[in-house]
Design a protein around this ligand. Sequence first.
Ligand code: ADP
Ligand code: MG
Length: 263
Amino acid sequence: TSDSVLVMSTDSHSNSANPDLTPIVRLSGVNKHYGHLHVLQNINLEVSKGEVVVVLGPSGSGKSTLCRTINRLETIDTGSIEIDGKVLPEEGKMLAKLRADVGMVFQSFNLFAHKTILENVTLGPIKAKGMKKSDADKLAMSLLERVGVANQKDKLPAQLSGGQQQRVAIARALAMRPKVMLFDEPTSALDPEMINEVLDTMIGLAKEGMTMIVVTHEMGFARKAADRVIFMADGLIVEESTPDKFFTNPESARAKDFLGKLI
Ligand code: ADP
Ligand code: MG
């Protein structure tokens, strides 16, 4: 079925002794500065297979930087990042390989403007994985179908609505068969009426067992889909709990303040 396409993620090429216990993502003592700004302060974070972690926090707290370090769009100063038990190196072949395990969806959809919707999704598998075009087309169509935009396959991104483009971006990331999907405010640039179609796609993914790290201001999504909420402020993980506990009984003053401002 088209659903099964999405979850063919992880174990087949894992050498770990204990694949089910190895976190898909592990940050250990990660520090990063931008000049004098200590933007990530001793971040420790483990995300298990199939877990959905929602990252909340005020603007400027380091949420995007955290996401960007996980697939090495940003370097770190100290600490380590592991993807499925393998340390993300500075550069080289292993970096490219591990990066392919991390799908990323940004606020701005970042589709290739001059390629069709179908080509946007097939490009990665063909170029990075050497997949045959016919196989890539088949995979892409099943993913486009899954996110509900298969009938747009021959159009250019600009001909689609923002919500449709973001769903294509999700399909494109999934086409690389990532072990984890990172979402950095995926609905922040969307008109309100399009937010739910993207969130519903993400909820579907979560239900199918995809490991996800989601930065969002959509508290409804956090309540519904998160296994765990991480609250960041000033480069620190200030609080970590279940969504239920976080929303009804936050511990830190920062979190209380943050939640108070949402209403
Ligand atoms: P968030 O996503 O939580 O809003 P960011 O990770 O984007 O936070 O930013 C955290 C802090 O780092 C902010 O103060 C921001 O201005 C700063 N910052 C982000 N990117 C850069 C950069 N490339 N150079 C310098 N400072 C940056
Ligand atoms: Mg951000």
